[in-house]
Design a protein around this ligand. Structure first.
Ligand code: CP3
Length: 344
């Protein structure tokens, strides 16, 4: 049986769009919260292949989407490089910030592969258990987004430390970006060799980069990752998610080598259909709040998106991740609606 998502990524137009949801495994699911209760550290979950595989498949069993996304996090890269990373209840990620050339000396590629090997194990376990027609999506953070957490020490409001470093000392800042590029390439190749069908690159904070640094900090590192992975695994398909960059997404699409653009909810489906879809597959872009609210407003917005984007290669998704307060029943209603065509 063929995996519909792979057909969309090859440019095929399908009778109904294949779908999956960003953050489809997570706190809105009671079966995830049950497992989460039993461990104190979120990162421990990511490094226990049996458990991480089970969590990856939880939404597949419930909603039968066309893809599963590996259960892990973008911050396993700084952790594997040797940075202290912790996820604190109701705060989020906390890292020991890296802000100077001297701080970079504490990071190293040497043990990355070994530290990340449980995640490759998870990919293999999921592949054994996943239905044949469901794709497995591997992922990584884009270098800029991963760097924001490494330099700011967590989620940031104004990104002052990283922007100062990138401006004041671009050479040493490049060393950090290069280290993330190198570790991410190995990490993605490991996921593909273990069985990931597609790779999504999350650039959640791409919108923070000033226009005059966009080429150097967003486009080039993404390009380097995609080119290098394809030197080793030529057929690797990439979905890029450069969140919040508006019409600069056209330039991102042309330059980076991605097969598909994941669009956030601020991008108009008409713009995506007219300007991007002639050459690229599109993924997106229901507002996660529409899913949280549910009802006709969710279904109407879904129909609008499908009517506009399913005339080309298209994967239905949200514009960003499922919010923890979302009722799982809404996700089920949405999944059934899309499966039946979603035309309203
Ligand atoms: O279904 C899936 O998408 C599961 C895998 C996944 C997680 N994080 C699990 C997770 C994926 C693809 C991510 C990506 C990720 N992680 C991104 C990019 C996408 C985005 O949301 O913008 C970013 C920026 C991170 C970093 C991160 N991880 C933050 C800021 C937080 C705290 C905020 C939050 O949502 O909890 C996390 C924690 C995290 N990652 C959780 C999960 C299920 C919750 C942790 C818990 O259970 O305590």
């Amino acid at each position: 049986m063929s995996k519909l998502i792979l057909l969309s990524l090859e440019g095929k137009i399908l009778p109904r769009p294949p779908f999956w949801f960003m953050r489809q495994a997570g706190r809105y699911l009671p079966e995830y919260r049950d497992i989460r209760k039993r461990t104190t550290s979120f990162l421990d979950l990511c490094y226990q292949p049996e458990i991480a595989a089970e969590i990856t498949l939880q939404p597949v069993h419930r909603f039968h989407p066309d893809a599963a996304i590996l259960f892990s996090d973008i911050l396993v890269i700084p952790h594997a490089l040797g940075q202290m990373v912790e996820f604190k209840e109701s705060i989020g990620p906390c890292l020991n910030p890296v802000r100077t050339t001297k701080d970079l000396k504490g990071l190293s590629l040497i043990n990355c592969d070994k530290k990340l090997s449980p995640i490759f194990e998870t990919v293999k376990l999921v592949k054994e258990k996943i239905p044949e027609d469901v794709a497995l999506i591997g992922f990584a953070g884009s270098p800029w987004t991963v760097a924001t957490y490494m330099v700011e020490g967590g989620t940031s409001r104004n990104f002052v430390s990283i922007k100062k470093w990138a401006r004041n000392d671009p050479n040493s800042f490049s060393k950090l970006i290069n280290l993330i590029v190198d570790s991410t390439c190995d990490y993605i190749v490991g996921q593909v060799e273990s069985g990931a069908d597609v790779i999504q690159l999350f650039d959640t904070w791409a919108s923070v980069v000033p226009a005059d640094q966009f080429q150097k900090l967003i486009i080039e590192p993404t390009q380097r990752i995609i080119n290098r992975v394809r030197q080793i695994k030529p057929k690797t398909k990439f979905i890029g998610f450069p969140k919040g960059i508006g019409t600069a997404i056209s330039h991102y699409a042309e330059e980076t080598g991605v097969n598909c653009l994941s669009i956030d909810s601020s991008v108009s489906p008409k713009f995506a259909a007219n300007c991007l879809q002639p050459k690229f597959a599109i993924q997106g872009n229901l507002d996660p709040i529409a899913l949280l609210v549910g009802g006709n407003s969710m279904l109407n917005s879904t129909s609008n998106i499908i009517n506009t984007l399913n005339k080309g290669p298209f994967i239905f998704n949200l514009g960003h991740g499922i919010i923890p307060e979302t009722p799982p029943e809404n996700v089920e209603i949405l999944a059934n609606f899309i499966r039946s065509g979603g035309k309203g």
